[in-house]
Ligand binder design. Structure first.
Ligand SMILES: Nc1ncnc2c1ncn2[C@@H]1O[C@H](COP(=O)(O)OP(=O)(O)OP(=O)(O)O)[C@@H](O)[C@H]1O
Ligand SMILES: [Mg+2]
Length: 231
């Protein structure tokens, strides 16, 4: 289980997270919702170690990982699908996937057996350059690359941003399948409530660096959530 406890994060003098707390459990999707610029990506940077926190604690399966660098967190099973995907445009699809091997011991550098079942398009396109893929295909590639590292915690930053509806559905199905296997905790950042509601067991709504609503999906008032997202 992931526990974010009273975490603050600054960029220079500017504060992006104000003592925020959330938990993410194995076998569940925890969704972080919020409008532009409220601190969603900053929350994921705090969790993955992409940016240092200035207060509080990040605890992963009982261990305080607050000061571990990103690659040590990756070795402990924390994988990040970044906003904008960060696919390497000049590497082939296969080579992009192989970059996930970096966090695995030498003897374990294989692709997951079901990777191409989850994302058949990546098999078809293995030899194409990352930059030649559509936005939706790049998003699938970014998720698959994260799965290559065999994560126990998968964090996804707006995987539906700028993507056509048919691929959004495919991505939603994959996230739900991964959750249903019960082997990983998933933290999903979204701006669109409809996508989040269908997938999440727990929802946190952020505003200006704070968590303003937090609870089990069935306990949250939908209108309240929508209001926080539209103001
Ligand atoms: N590297 C940075 N340096 C300085 N300020 C930053 C940096 N990254 C983000 N910020 C600021 O921190 C605040 C939170 O940004 P963050 O990227 O976490 O928001 P977000 O909710 O992910 O937004 P979006 O929906 O646009 O992705 C914003 O005011 C943003 O301008
Ligand atoms: Mg963001």
């Amino acid at each position: 289980m992931l526990e974010v406890k009273q975490v603050s994060l600054h960029y220079g003098a500017a504060i992006a997270l104000r003592k925020v707390s959330i938990q993410a459990k194995q076998g569940e999707v925890t969704c972080i919702l919020g409008r532009n610029g409220v601190g969603k990506t900053s929350m994921l940077r705090a969790i993955t170690g992409a940016h240092p926190i200035s207060g509080g604690e990040i605890v992963w399966n009982g261990e305080n990982i607050s000061r571990l660098p990103l690659y040590d967190r990756a070795r402990r099973g924390i994988a990040w699908v970044p906003q904008g995907r960060d696919v390497f445009p000049l590497l082939t699809v296969r080579e992009n996937l192989e970059t996930g091997f970096a966090v695995l011991p030498r003897g374990k550098r294989t692709f997951p057996d079901d990777m191409y079942d989850l994302f058949p398009i990546l098999k078809t396109m293995q030899r194409r350059r990352g930059g030649d893929l559509s936005g939706g295909q790049q998003q699938q590639l970014a998720i698959a690359r994260a799965l290559v590292t065999r994560p126990k915690l998968l964090v996804l930053d707006e995987p539906t941003e700028g993507i056509q509806p048919s691929i959004i559905k495919d991505i939603g199905r994959v996230i739900d399948l991964l959750r249903s296997r019960g082997e990983m905790a998933i933290v999903l950042v979204e701006q669109y409530f409809d996508f989040a509601r269908d997938l999440a067991q727990t929802i946190a709504v952020m505003d200006r660096g704070d968590i303003v609503l937090y609870g089990r999906r069935e306990d949250l008032d939908e209108d309240d959530v929508r209001r926080r997202l539209s103001v």
